[in-house]
Design a protein around this ligand. Structure first.
Ligand code: ADP
Length: 751
C-alpha cells in the first residue's frame, strides 16, 4: 500500500470527524460549495462528505481499504479488490467528485440487474447530496435514455453504452456528446476489457445475400475428410495459402483454430463449385464460405460454444458460461453454424456501425475499472489500455484455504473423486459450490450427483433467470450448487446460520479454466470478508485443455502407468505451465486482433470527430464551396452529370470545359443561403446532407473494410497481412472521405 494513499485515507478520516458534526442540510450544502472550487482542492473533503452521507443514508460506513480503492479509481487506475469487499460503495466516491465537473459520469456494470440495483441503492446517497442519478436500460425509449444520460451519474451495462454510442452516431441522439465521453468506472473490468473485448458490438442493416451459399458450403464441408496429419503450420502459413501434402482434404490446427486445405481438398472444392482456380481473388467468396463451414464443423461444439434454443443459435460465453443474448458470431460463422445445425439461416446482415469495447472505452477522457481478479493481467492492461493496476488489501485477512490441485489420469477417475469429495463435505452439512467449465460439464456433474442421491441446484446458461435466487441459497446449510463459472457474478454468497462454524463454503473446481484469473474468480466465491472457506481444483490429463496444449509425451507416459492420483509436484507444475501457455496464446490472439482493430478505430474516431465538427462549429457553406471546387476540378462533364442534375442547374458542357461550372454551382448555393429564413433552414439542410453522407458512406466503408480484412489474409502472399491491411485500408479510407464529401453535395442538389 503506498504511503501516499495511506496518508490521504488518514486525512479523510480526520476530516470526517468535523463533517460528522454537520446537520443533514449542512452536509447537502457541501455539494454547491464544492462546485465553485477546483476539484483537486476539494477531493479529500468531498470523499469525507460521501463517506458521511453513505453512513447516514444507507448505513454503510466505508472501511479505510474502501477509501483506498476509491482514491485509486479517482486516479484512473484498474483496481483489484476481492469479491465482497464492497466495490459498489467504493465507486460512488470518485463518481461524486468527477460528477462535480458536470460532464457526466458513467458507472458500467455487467448486467441490467446490477445497473438497476446499484442505481437505486447507491443513488440514494448521491441524490441526498444533490446529484441526479439515472439508469439506461435496453428497453427504454430514446427520450428516457436521453434523460438518463443527462444525469450527473448514469448506471449502464457495457453492452448498452456501446449500442447507445453507435445509435448516437447513426442519428438517434441519446448521449450528451458523441465524441467526448468524460469519465467511466467499469465494474468487472477484466470480463469487459479482456474476455469480451474480442466480440465487437454491431448494429446491422439487412442484407439480401441468401442462405443458399451457406448450405452448399455446409454440404461440401460434410463431404470433405479431415486429414490425420498433425500439423505445426501456423495461422499465417494457412492464410498465405501454403498447402501441405498430407492425406485427407483438410487439416485442423486446434491451437490456432485454423483450417488448412490440402491439394486434394482444393481440387474437390473447385469441382464442387465449378471454378477454375480456388485461390483467385474473384473466388474470395468461396474461400471464405468453405473455410467457415469447416470451422463450424470442426471447431465449434454444440453445448460448449453455443446451444440450440428454439431454432436459434445462442452463443455461450467461453469464460462465464453465460448466454450472450442477441449476439451473433461475425464473419459468417453464425450463419455457418445455423446451416450446420439445420436451423433457419437468418438473413445475412450488413454492418451499419460497429465498435469494440477497446475503442469505446478509449474514447473516455478518463477511465477506471475494478474487479476481484486483475493483477495477473496487469501486463495486458498496461500494453493495450495504458491502465495501471493497483492492488488493494482486503478489509479482513483472507483465511480461506486453497488446496493443491488434485490431478488424475482419466476423466472418470477425476469425476469419481469429485463426487466422493462432495459426499464427504455434504455429510458435514457444509455448503458446496461446484464450478464447471461448460454447460455440458455442469449437466454431467448434475447427473452423477442425482445418481448418488445428492440433492442440488444447477446454475448454467440455460436457466440464468433463477440466478440470484439460487446464489442466495448457495451458502446455506446442506446446499449443493453446480454452476458454470458465471455463478452470479456481482451477487454475494452469504453464509447461512452456523455455516461459518462448519468451515464455511467449500468450492470445488471441476477443471482448470483457460485463464488463472477465472479460477481465482471461482475460488473467491468463498472466504469473503474474513469468512472461513476452502477451495480445491480437480484436473485430469484427459481434460480438453491438457490434451490440446499439454506436453503430450509427459501426459502419455503418466497415462501408461495408470496412476490413480497424480498429486506430485511435477504434475502440478505441468498443469500450471499448460495453463500459462494457454493464457499466452490467447493474449497473442487478442493482441493481434487489437492491432487490426486499432486501424479501424483510428478511422472511426476520425469520422466521429469530423462529424461532430461539421455539425457543431464548422462553416458548412464554406465546406460545400470547397467540395464543389474539388468536384469540378476532378470530374469531366459526363462524370459530373452523373452526380449532379446539371441541366436543372443550367450548367452546360461548355461551362464545365471552360471551368465556369464551379462558379455557377456556388452562386446557386450562395443565392439560396442569402434568402435563408431566420431559423436557417438551408444551413440545417446542408448539415443534414453532410450527416447523411457521412453515415451512409461509413456503412459502405465498413463493408469494404470487412472484405479487405478477409482478403488480406488470402492475398497478402509473402507480405505481412497486417501491413497489407494497413496500406490498403488507408487507401480505402481516403476514398471514403472523398465519397462522403461528394455525396453531401449530391444529396443537397438532388432535391
Ligand atoms: P463486491 O462487488 O466487491 O463483491 P458488494 O459491493 O456487492 O461487493 O458488497 C458486498 C457486501 O458488503 C454488500 O452486502 C454490502 O452491503 C456490504 N458492504 C459494503 N461495504 C460495507 C461497509 N463499509 N460496511 C459494511 N458492509 C459493507
Amino acid at each position: 500500500m503506498s504511503q501516499k494513499r495511506k496518508k490521504e485515507v488518514d486525512q479523510i478520516l480526520e476530516l470526517q470527524n468535523s463533517i460528522s458534526q454537520l446537520s443533514d442540510e449542512e452536509l447537502k450544502a457541501k455539494t454547491e460549495e464544492f462546485r465553485k472550487k477546483p476539484v483537486k482542492d476539494i477531493k479529500l473533503e468531498a470523499f469525507a462528505v460521501v463517506k458521511e452521507a453513505a453512513k447516514r443514508v444507507i448505513g454503510l460506513d466505508a472501511f479505510p481499504v474502501q477509501l483506498m480503492g476509491a482514491l485509486a479509481l479517482y486516479d484512473g487506475k484498474v483496481v483489484e479488490m476481492k469479491t465482497g469487499e464492497g466495490k459498489t460503495l467504493v465507486s460512488i466516491f470518485p463518481a461524486y467528485v468527477r460528477a462535480l465537473e458536470e460532464k457526466g459520469v458513467h458507472i458500467v456494470t455487467v448486467n441490467e440487474y446490477l445497473a438497476q440495483r446499484d442505481a437505486e441503492w447507491m443513488g440514494q446517497v448521491l441524490e441526498f447530496l444533490g446529484l441526479s442519478v439515472g439508469v439506461s436500460l435496453n428497453d427504454m425509449s430514446s427520450i428516457d435514455k436521453r434523460n438518463a444520460y443527462s444525469c450527473d451519474v448514469t448506471y449502464v451495462t457495457n453492452t448498452e453504452i456501446g449500442f447507445d454510442y453507435l445509435r448516437g452516431f447513426l442519428g438517434t441522439k441519446t448521449l450528451r456528446s458523441e465524441n467526448a465521453l468524460h469519465y467511466c468506472i467499469i465494474d468487472e473490468v477484466d470480463s469487459i476489457l479482456i474476455d469480451e473485448a474480442r466480440t465487437p458490438l454491431i448494429i446491422s442493416d439487412e442484407n439480401e445475400e441468401g442462405e443458399q451459399l451457406f448450405i452448399s458450403a455446409k454440404v461440401l464441408a460434410e463431404r470433405l475428410v479431415r486429414g490425420t496429419g498433425e500439423t505445426e503450420l501456423s495461422k499465417i502459413d494457412a492464410i498465405s495459402g501454403i498447402l501441405p501434402d498430407e492425406d485427407g482434404d483438410y487439416l485442423i490446427n486446434e491451437k490456432d483454430k485454423a483450417v488448412i486445405l490440402t491439394e486434394d481438398g482444393v481440387s474437390k472444392i473447385e469441382k464442387y463449385f465449378g471454378i477454375d482456380n480456388y485461390s483467385a481473388p474473384e473466388n474470395v467468396k468461396y474461400q471464405h464460405h468453405v473455410v467457415t463451414a469447416i470451422k463450424a464443423k470442426e471447431l465449434m461444439h454444440k453445448d460448449k460454444d453455443y446451444i440450440v434454443d428454439h431454432g436459434t443459435i445462442q452463443i455461450v460465453d467461453e469464460f462465464t458460461g453465460r448466454i450472450l443474448q442477441d449476439r451473433r458470431y461475425s464473419d459468417g460463422l453464425h450463419e455457418a453454424i445455423e446451416a450446420k445445425e439445420g436451423v433457419e439461416v437468418q438473413d445475412q446482415t450488413k454492418t451499419a456501425a460497429k465498435i469494440t469495447y477497446q475503442s469505446l472505452f478509449n474514447l473516455y477522457d478518463r477511465k477506471a475499472g475494478m474487479s476481484g481478479t486483475v493483477y495477473k493481467d496487469r501486463k495486458e492492461f498496461k500494453e493495450i489500455y495504458h491502465l495501471k493496476v493497483e492492488r488493494i488489501p482486503t478489509n479482513k485477512p483472507v483465511i480461506r484455504v486453497d488446496h493443491n490441485d488434485q490431478i488424475y489420469a482419466t476423466k472418470k477417475a477425476k469425476e469419481d473423486a469429485i463426487i466422493e469429495r462432495v459426499k464427504e463435505i455434504h455429510e458435514l452439512h457444509r455448503p458446496v459450490l461446484i464450478g464447471t467449465t461448460s454447460v455440458q460439464m455442469s449437466e454431467r456433474i448434475s447427473d452423477l450427483l442425482t445418481k448418488e442421491g445428492l440433492p442440488h441446484e444447477v446454475l448454467n446458461a440455460k436457466n440464468h433467470l433463477k440466478e440470484a435466487e439460487i446464489i442466495a441459497k448457495a451458502g446455506q446449510v446442506d446446499a449443493i450448487t453446480v454452476a458454470t463459472n458465471m455463478a452470479g457474478r456481482g451477487t454475494d454468497i452469504l453464509l447461512g446460520d452456523g455455516v461459518a462454524d462448519l468451515g464455511g463454503l467449500y468450492v470445488i473446481g471441476c477443471g482448470k479454466h483457460e485463464a488463472r484469473r477465472i479460477d481465482d474468480q471461482l475460488r473467491g466465491r468463498a472466504g469473503r470478508q474474513g469468512d472461513p472457506g476452502e477451495s480445491m481444483f480437480f484436473v485430469s490429463l484427459e481434460d480438453d485443455f491438457m490434451k490440446q496444449y499439454g506436453n503430450s509425451e509427459l501426459s502419455s507416459k503418466i497415462l501408461e502407468n495408470e496412476t490413480e492420483e497424480l498429486n506430485n509436484k511435477t504434475m502440478r507444475n505441468h498443469v500450471l505451465k499448460t495453463q500459462k501457455k494457454i493464457e499466452q496464446n490467447y493474449y497473442g490472439i487478442r493482441k493481434n486482433l487489437f492491432d487490426y482493430d486499432k486501424i479501424d478505430n483510428l478511422q472511426f474516431e476520425a469520422v466521429i470527430d469530423a462529424k461532430s465538427k461539421v455539425l457543431n462549429q464548422f462553416s458548412v457553406a464554406g465546406l460545400f464551396y470547397q467540395i464543389i471546387d474539388m468536384m469540378c476540378k476532378s470530374f469531366d462533364y459526363d462524370k459530373l452529370a452523373k452526380r449532379l442534375p446539371l441541366q436543372d442547374l443550367h450548367v452546360t458542357k461548355e461551362d464545365v470545359e471552360q471551368k465556369k461550372a464551379a462558379r455557377k454551382l456556388k452562386d446557386f448555393l450562395k443565392g439560396s443561403l442569402e434568402n435563408d429564413n431566420e431559423e436557417g433552414v438551408i444551413t440545417q439542410r446542408l448539415k443534414s446532407c453532410l450527416a447523411y453522407a457521412i453515415i451512409s458512406e461509413w456503412t459502405e466503408h465498413i463493408q469494404k473494410v470487412e472484405d479487405l480484412q478477409k482478403v488480406s489474409r488470402y492475398q497478402g502472399l509473402g507480405k505481412n497481412p497486417l501491413d497489407y491491411y494497413k496500406i490498403e485500408g488507408y487507401k480505402l479510407f481516403e476514398q471514403t472521405i472523398n465519397e462522403m464529401k461528394y455525396k453531401a453535395v449530391e444529396t443537397y442538389f438532388a432535391f
